[in-house]
Design a protein around this ligand. Structure first.
Ligand code: NAP
Length: 139
């Protein structure tokens, strides 16, 4: 499952079973969009300041990226579903909404809480995450 791969710093550093692989920029082609093509990513902290920027950059610069699974909790009685709708309306996505709105359809909710065992994930969400190839931790 996804727990073996941990990505940090926007695809720059890949820690896998204590090995470190540095993804180097190539002069011939953009490495990051190619790397993320078809890959599904699990992201925590997506509703936060840095998380929104991360999500926007991934969607805007990686046209062929797969689903982004965003861990969200209920906050102030607002459910993850409503929070995702609010997130999509954020100003940070103004350009993306105008130029490439279908990218926002790649955002998927994973209802959970990082302080709970197994991130508070239900079996349903655990199944959704089976295709995830990396984690971006940001909280
Ligand atoms: N802001 C900066 O300029 C900056 C610069 C460099 C590094 N960083 C680092 O980047 C990270 C994020 O910073 P930020 O400014 O984006 O923080 P932030 O705006 O406070 O966002 C924190 C995120 O973590 C989520 N979170 C917190 N507790 C959670 C829980 N129990 N379960 C699920 N999600 C939870 C929050 O979700 P809710 O919306 O549900 O609360 C929110 O999405 C931090 O480690 C920070 O030190 C920040």
């Amino acid at each position: 499952m996804f727990t073996e791969n941990i990505y940090c710093s926007y695809g720059y550093l890949w820690l896998q079973r204590s090995q470190i692989m540095v993804v180097r920029e190539s002069q011939d082609r953009p490495v990051i969009p190619q790397f993320y093509a078809g890959r599904e990513v699990f992201i925590t902290g997506a509703t936060g300041f840095m998380g929104k920027v991360l999500v926007e950059r991934l969607l805007a610069t990686c046209p062929n990226i797969g689903y982004l699974h965003l861990l969200m909790r209920t906050k102030k009685d607002v459910s993850p579903d409503s929070r995702l709708r609010e997130l999509k309306e954020s100003k940070v996505f103004d350009v993306l909404r105008r130029n490439n709105p279908e990218q926002l359809d790649k955002l998927r909710i994973v209802s959970g809480d990082i302080t709970k065992p197994h991130l508070g994930l239900s079996d349903r969400f655990k199944t959704d995450l089976e295709k995830v190839m990396m984690l971006l931790l940001n909280y």
